[in-house]
Design a protein around this ligand. Structure first.
Ligand SMILES: Cc1ncc(COP(=O)(O)O)c(C=O)c1O
Length: 384
């Protein structure tokens, strides 16, 4: 007889991304659901990966990451944010941002603690908090602007609060935290025992001349922050699952204890490839905002000719659209209908919430796609 499993994650089922991608495949829909690019990885990066494997970099990498990559990350951080993390003590290469988020939570959050999460939130946060035996305290962002209500965040802080999680540019809304927001966060956390987890995976995808306010720009935040990024987003290779965490030495030391016995190390050849890519072609990440801005503008201009109403997109590669002129269905039902009947797949927003705002009629569309894919989707959306 199989022993009974008393699940540790009763709220977890198949993710909405998998569900919608399966439905898209079944119905031959244009899939603007899951957030992955459908265009090529930079040629230089593919060449560097090929060379790394042929040069024999195929065995375990150092636990903290290949030194050349940590050096390249330190130089990039200095170049972009003006602060240079210590190569040996402050940078850890991980198997995607997902692993880094898990590690950071498990490094410092204990059973009975509380972690403040701003809803709508990326779906890997809460399960990691639950597995640590802690509780996610959900504070909603504004349902229209997706700006934080800092008074509500302040009110949510209790003696049990151990971590605040922020995400800018934000998935799913694309909203960005401003310098004023970061100053407020610094004020809220000052003198407390609360760590900051700053999820910055879309750090280089920012538009209209805006500046990404990394926690690394703020010395007061940096001293209590795990700052997490993902090469998957920056180099169009979400399937490689390589990310990293920058944190002060004491935080990194605990982070690495989890990383060491979670994965030990990360796919070695790609680390050599990213090291070369970061140093040889900084233009790639410097021009990523302009690259995606062209896609955003192209997609958005055409979306305005449909019954969907696009919301502003300051950063990231997702477009939120209000469908209230098309349907009264709730967002899950609307996304099923849109896929099956109209041949376009979007992601509903409600799964990103503990308590979705009543009557919200928004879906998320990913524009990290070739123009041909976006145009095919628009052609179908025009028939709504
Ligand atoms: C906000 C956010 N954080 C983290 C991740 C996970 O990144 P990775 O694929 O590097 O694990 C994603 C991926 O979609 C994301 O959107």
């Amino acid at each position: 007889m199989i022993p009974h499993i008393d699940t540790k994650l009763p709220k977890v089922g198949t993710t909405i991304f998998t569900t919608m991608s399966q439905l898209a495949a079944e119905h031959g829909a244009v899939n603007l659901g899951q957030g992955f690019p459908d265009f090529s990885v930079p040629e230089r990066l593919v060449g560097a990966l090929d060379r790394a494997m042929r040069d024999g970099h195929n065995q375990y990498a150092p636990m903290t990451g290949v030194p050349a990559l940590r050096q390249a990350i330190a130089s990039k951080t200095k170049r972009v944010y003006g602060c240079q993390p210590d190569v040996d003590a402050e940078i850890t290469v991980t198997s995607g941002a997902t692993e880094a988020i898990f590690n950071a939570i498990h490094a410092v959050v204990r059973a009975g603690d509380e972690v403040i999460v701003l809803d709508p939130a990326y779906d890997c946060y809460e399960p990691a908090i639950d597995l640590a035996g802690a509780r996610a305290v959900h504070v909603p962002l504004d349902p229209v602007t997706f700006a934080p209500d800092w008074q509500r965040v302040k009110d949510a802080i209790s003696p049990k609060t151990r971590m605040l999680m922020i995400n800018s540019p934000h998935n799913p809304s694309g909203a960005m935290l401003s310098a004023a927001d970061m100053d407020i966060v610094a004020g809220l956390l000052r003198g407390t025992g609360i760590f900051l987890l700053s999820d910055e995976v879309y750090e280089h995808i920012v538009f209209d001349g805006a500046r990404h306010e990394s926690a690394l720009r703020y010395p007061e935040l940096r001293e209590r922050a795990f700052v997490i990024s993902s090469f998957g987003k920056t180099y169009h290779c979400t399937g490689w699952k390589i990310g990293y965490c920058v944190a002060p030495p004491a935080l990194s030391a605990e982070f690495r204890k989890v990383h060491q016995y979670n994965v030990f190390c990360t796919f070695a050849p790609a680390q050599y490839a990213f090291a070369q890519m970061l140093d040889a072609e900084p233009e790639h990440y410097e021009q990523l905002g302009a690259f995606y801005q062209a896609k955003r503008d192209h997609f958005r201009a055409q979306l305005l000719g449909t019954k969907l109403k696009p919301l502003p997109v300051p950063g990231g590669y997702f477009q939120l659209a209000d469908y209230s002129a098309v349907s009264d269905l709730d967002d899950l039902e609307f996304c099923r209908w849109l896929t099956i009947e109209k041949g376009v797949t979007a992601i509903p927003l409600s799964p990103f919430y503990e308590t979705p705002p009543p009557g919200q009629r928004l879906v998320r569309l990913c524009f990290a796609k070739n123009d041909a894919t976006l145009d095919a989707a628009i052609e179908r959306l025009q028939k709504l």
